[in-house]
Design a binder for this molecule. Structure first.
Ligand code: SF4
Length: 272
């Protein structure tokens, strides 16, 4: 491709980007790529649930995911991060004993672990499952705990992707807290999707940061303590830095690397 054509192609791509990480140019990660094709039965179920979800608000999508034909088949994936309280509050209002899958990578901020415990207590969450890599996996992949500094994809894989895949195995569906505004790839998100062999509900798909903030205020939900300290998006400690004024919302995640997702679904926290 000539340099002129390359420039035109790049310009066309950038012009379509309307979300906040437009300038980052990162490639789609596994979580935001199409995740395998459903078979005929799964496709029919996806189409039926998508039709039901059309026009529903976030709370109603959660009810769709947790009741009726989906009862007992759905887990929530949560990072207990900056905005997680909104989704968890809605889930708790439908069924506080919904399984909540939380990836405790061994590299999280202590503030996140304490925030998880606080939300669990306040919201009455009865089934928070803390997932970790096995001892064997840690010894084989990262005996010194420094893999993040050499190969973040490999580190995310054994600390997040593998444990989450194991925990999701019994479920036909998951609920995520992903939002369209978060990344370029998420801008195409639908309220119900199919990914890695199961349904994926995204109740907050159209929510903005302002709506999230308003919901937390209205329901007096506690904030993750690191938000006020300059972390609008929170992941593992070695891979998260403070964001400066004018930087995009997720600029502190894997800063300086061509990486925007951990690969889950993989499985975000929440927006993971
Ligand atoms: S975010 Fe960083 S520390 Fe956490 S699993 Fe991924 S590479 Fe490892």
């Amino acid at each position: 491709m000539s340099s002129v054509n390359e420039a035109a192609a790049k310009s066309a791509t950038v012009s379509k980007v309307s979300v906040i990480d437009a300038a980052r140019g990162v490639m789609p990660r596994a979580m935001d790529r199409a995740g395998g094709q459903p078979d005929a039965q799964q496709a029919a179920r996806l189409a039926a649930l998508s039709a039901k979800a059309d026009g529903l608000n976030a709370q109603q999508i959660i009810e769709l995911a947790l009741t009726g034909e989906m009862a007992g088949q759905t887990a929530v994936v949560s990072s207990f991060g900056a905005e997680s309280a909104v989704l968890l509050h809605m889930v708790a209002s439908v069924d506080p004993n919904t399984p909540i899958l939380f990836l405790n990578t061994g590299k999280l901020f202590g503030e996140t672990l304490r925030y998880r415990d606080r939300l669990q207590d306040i919201l009455g969450l009865g089934d928070v499952r803390s997932l970790s890599p096995s001892l064997e996996a840690r010894q084989a992949a990262d005996p010194e705990g420094t893999l993040w500094s050499r190969d973040t994809d490999a580190c995310c894989n054994f600390r997040k992707v593998v444990p989450l895949a194991r925990a999701l195995a019994p479920f036909a569906a998951q609920i995520t807290g992903r939002k369209r505004f978060q990344t370029r790839e998420r801008a195409a998100m639908q309220p119900v999707e199919f990914h890695d062999g199961r349904l994926r509900f995204n109740p907050l798909w159209q929510w903005s940061l302002e709506q999230l903030e308003a919901y937390m205020t209205a329901h007096k939900l506690p904030r993750h303590p690191l938000v006020e300290d300059g972390y609008p998006s929170i992941g593992c400690m070695p891979c998260t830095r403070r964001v400066q004024a004018g930087e995009d919302y997720r600029a502190g995640r894997w800063s300086g690397l061509d990486k925007d997702e951990c690969g889950i679904h993989l499985t975000d926290g929440g927006g993971i």
